[in-house]
Design a protein around this ligand. Structure first.
Ligand code: PXP
Length: 252
């Protein structure tokens, strides 16, 4: 594969969601003995061609648990992209863990998944020391933002190396006229970020259908995909699910 191939980060939270549906009360010491083990899914994903792993440690620990992330690290599985909200407790965890990257996301306790992008523009003062501390710890910072010019500009001003464009509005538009408008916004945001020196990732709601358009976004470095891959894997196995997504991502 050429150097310009789009990288695939697999979000394994959904495997943990399935485990927690049955074993929420199980102690951390037994979590590795019950199904599905997100660490086993992570290992299988990397073997199948994933370029990295994404885990979102939520304040309420609704899916991935601290112990899962520590086991990933201990097993040398990665690179790990840790998604986290601006929480002191998880920030300390991140500084200890030192994953390859941290993606800062908003968090609303009630939402099932991440609904909107981080307000990098409005939270600039709060973000400055957090981004600086992560950088000092050798962790690359990414900001999960909506494809809005003022949010992209805020990321450029904060001098983070990455943004992850929130593709949720695009994905939720399915095949309506809103999809083309949402795609156009994503394209403009990617161009702006690239011109400002940032690497461009994207994620949320990317599936085996919309990938054929998403892959044409300019300057894409990495896509973070979880739900569609884990769902397909129930039918076809993780190896096929990842191989097919990687092929679709990089088809010309
Ligand atoms: N990127 C971010 C920042 C996310 O929060 C999520 C999951 O909500 C994803 C990517 C992956 O989204 P999906 O599971 O819809 O592929």
């Amino acid at each position: 594969m050429s150097d310009s191939a789009i990288r695939l980060g697999v979000n394994i939270d959904h495997a943990a969601t399935l485990r927690q549906a049955r074993y929420r009360e199980a102690a951390a010491e037994v979590a590795r003995f019950v199904e599905p083990d997100p660490v086993a899914i992570a290992a299988a994903s990397l073997k199948a061609g994933a370029d990295g792993l994404t885990v979102h440690l939520r304040e309420d620990r609704r899916h991935i648990q601290d112990d899962d992330v520590l086991r990933l690290k201990a097993a040398g599985l990665g690179p790990i992209n840790l998604e986290m909200a601006l929480s002191d407790e998880i920030f300390k965890f991140a500084l200890d863990l030192k994953p390859q990257s941290v993606c800062l996301v908003p968090e609303n306790r009630k939402e099932v998944t991440t609904e909107g992008g981080l307000d990098a523009h409005g939270q600039r003062e709060k973000l400055l020391p957090i981004c600086a501390a992560l950088k000092d710890a050798g962790v690359m910072v990414s900001l999960f933002i909506d494809p809005e010019p003022h949010q992209v500009q805020a990321a450029i001003d904060l001098k983070v190396p990455f943004i992850e464009l929130h593709t949720g509005a695009y994905s939720n538009a399915y095949d309506t006229p809103a999809r083309a408008r949402a795609f156009e916004k994503l394209c403009r945001a990617a161009e702006q970020a690239h011109a400002g020196g940032l690497k461009v990732n994207a994620g949320h709601g990317i599936n085996y259908i919309n990938i054929t358009e998403i892959r044409t976004l300019p300057h894409l470095y990495e896509l973070n995909i979880g739900h569609s891959i884990l769902s397909r894997a129930l039918l076809t196995g993780i190896k096929e699910a990842i191989a097919t997504m990687k092929r679709l991502m990089n088809e010309k």
